[in-house]
Design a protein around this ligand. Structure first.
Ligand code: UD1
Ligand code: UDP
Length: 372
């Protein structure tokens, strides 16, 4: 770099567990580049679950907006992020703000950057269901970020196609793969051990997660009834469920699963633990977004408890199956994977539809070469 060249200041803003899992490998990569000064602002939309990831990747934020409150509403998150980010943007005057995905943090942070007239780069751009009620409010959030963003880092060709169809400038859309695969490459270890996995060693282990806002209430009851019935039917099945810290989810989970000795409710795992639990599971039952992508790299079948997915590549590849959130449909799919070896083998394949583990490097190259 010549003496007259000035380093670009990049501010990465994120706030929840999945954003951190997908942004930390990128931060580590950007920090190796001499062309950029990297600053990290966490909104603290999540607290313990965010810190777990930051600790694993040893990323220390420059700013922490600490917005999380118990039972926070979408209003709380959005208003607090907007208000608390403004002075930081004014003080730091970054050349670029980077956000990820579709959370309220991503939406509010990109809006704050827009109001401050700072260009935005969107990591994991272009995922769509085109139904703004599902997932809620994420489909709105990501479409809104796309309106604001100057650089769109699309994980797949399909995501790029969506952005092109919406009229985004094709020259500003880059297909990079998903940085979550970069994360999985760092975390999974052959010699990994954990006492919960010892407990499930001789069983078919179902790894369960559920947290989506639109599933809270009746859909979640149906989902958990299906799990309970499955365990009651098959004596060789055990379930591990690291329960999200949302108090409403914890209350519903506790009510359904208390007293069932083959279902373990445990605290959220850190991401090294979680990825290794995935690797050792028989199948994964989830309404999560990121877990669908990670499972593709680990060769694990996923039953997705949602009516639609913004990640159709895995469904097309045959390793994800949408099972909705009615008890009967979930049970049919579980029973099939537990009894039909051929159906199970078809879904237990490693595919690289979401990337090859080099997305962070690609994104960093583009940022360094850009004129932002
Ligand atoms: C958020 C995102 C969702 C993402 C999910 C990942 C929005 C609107 N939703 O939803 O897209 O899939 O994160 O998990 O952005 N809590 C804690 N400690 C934590 C984290 C959460 O106590 O570390 C509790 C708090 O009581 C909080 C509640 O969980 O109020 C809900 O958190 P929130 O971020 O509002 O919603 P999520 O369902 O986590
Ligand atoms: N995850 C984790 N610990 C857990 C459960 C999940 O580290 O106990 C990780 C998981 O590997 C993935 C991310 O959290 O990277 C997914 O987060 P979540 O399902 O909460 O959000 P979504 O992806 O649906 O937005």
């Amino acid at each position: 770099m010549g003496i007259e060249e000035v380093m670009k200041k990049i501010l990465l803003v994120f706030g929840t567990r999945p954003e951190a899992v997908k942004m930390c490998p990128l931060i580590l990569e950007l920090k190796t580049r001499k062309e950029v000064e990297v600053m990290v602002c966490v909104t603290g939309q999540h607290r313990e679950m965010l810190n777990q990831v930051m600790d694993v990747f040893r990323v220390v934020p420059d700013y922490d907006l600490a917005v999380m409150t118990q039972n926070q509403s979408l209003f709380d998150i959005t208003i607090n992020v907007l208000q608390k980010l403004q002075p930081i943007l004014k003080k730091e005057e970054p050349n670029l703000v980077m956000v990820h995905g579709d959370t309220s943090t991503s939406f509010a942070a990109s809006l704050a950057a827009f109001y401050q007239q700072i260009p935005v780069a969107h990591v994991e751009a272009g995922l769509r269901t085109y139904d703004i009620t599902s997932p809620y409010p994420e489909e709105f959030n990501r479409q809104a970020v796309s309106l604001i963003a100057k650089y769109h880092f699309a994980p797949t060709q399909w995501a790029k196609k969506n952005l092109v169809a919406e009229g985004k400038d094709e020259r500003q859309i880059y297909v990079t793969g998903n940085t979550v695969i970069d994360s999985v490459k760092i975390t999974v270890k052959e010699d990994y051990r954990h006492e919960e996995l010892e407990w499930a060693a001789d069983a078919k282990l179902i790894l369960l997660t559920a947290h989506r806002r639109e599933n809270i209430g009746e859909p979640m009851h149906e989902m958990f009834e299906a799990v309970r019935e499955c365990v009651d039917t098959w004596p060789d099945v055990r379930v591990i469920y690291p329960v999200h810290l949302n108090p409403v989810v914890r209350q519903i989970a506790g009510a359904h699963f208390q007293g069932c000795d083959r279902i373990h409710l445990i605290e959220p795992l850190d991401v090294v633990d979680f990825h290794n639990f995935m690797k050792r599971s028989y199948l994964i039952l989830t309404d999560s977004g990121g877990i669908q992508e990670e499972a593709s790299a680990l060769g694990k079948p996923v039953l997705v408890m949602r009516e639609m997915t913004e990640r159709p590549e895995g469904v097309e590849a045959g390793i994800l199956r949408l099972v909705g959130n009615s008890k009967d449909r979930i049970l049919v799919a579980l029973n099939e994977l537990l009894t039909d070896d051929e159906a199970y083998a078809k879904m237990s394949r490693t595919v690289n539809v979401y990337g090859d583990g080099t997305a962070s490097k690609r994104i960093a190259d583009i940022i360094c070469e850009s004129d932002c």
